[in-house]
Design a protein around this ligand. Sequence first.
Ligand code: SF4
Ligand code: SF4
Length: 161
Amino acid sequence: MSTRLRVQALYRMKNMAFWKEKTLAQMNSEQWELLCDGCGKCCLNKIIDDETEELYYTNVSCQLLDAQQCQCRHYEQRFDFVPSCTKVTLDNIAELTWLPDSCAYRRLYLGRSLPSWHPLVTGDKQQMHALGMSTQGKVVNETKVKYLEDHIVLWPLKDSD
Ligand code: SF4
Ligand code: SF4
């Protein structure tokens, strides 16, 4: 069990549903980090149509994404490897409309609740993976892909309460 999941389990055991009691602005940095479900969808390459500005997800992951664990291989140093990586913050969450509807930050920002499969609710990532809400086993590393256009997929758009 990772450190993050141990902390998640601890919060759950103590019934500290901070995501129900606090606004995003009231959360401390540890709680903010715990909100991330670790789905990996934000680490997928996306394409924006020049003419329509429509956004398309691909199944092509950032080079640093561990496809099985759905985690960044160098999370703390990620900006050294991928300067274009985006840190989700209170200040930019309103602008990050490309985040998937299932993203915990987007859900709470839009006044929704965490889904029943969220690791903070269930205690681990198994249900999220089983429901297909993560990238686990479904992505190709960008170092192995020539044309992003050949990899447009719809599954990252799936959301479920
Ligand atoms: S999409 Fe949102 S919840 Fe999922 S890994 Fe990215 S930041 Fe975390
Ligand atoms: S650097 Fe890490 S966190 Fe950023 S997009 Fe890549 S895998 Fe995701």
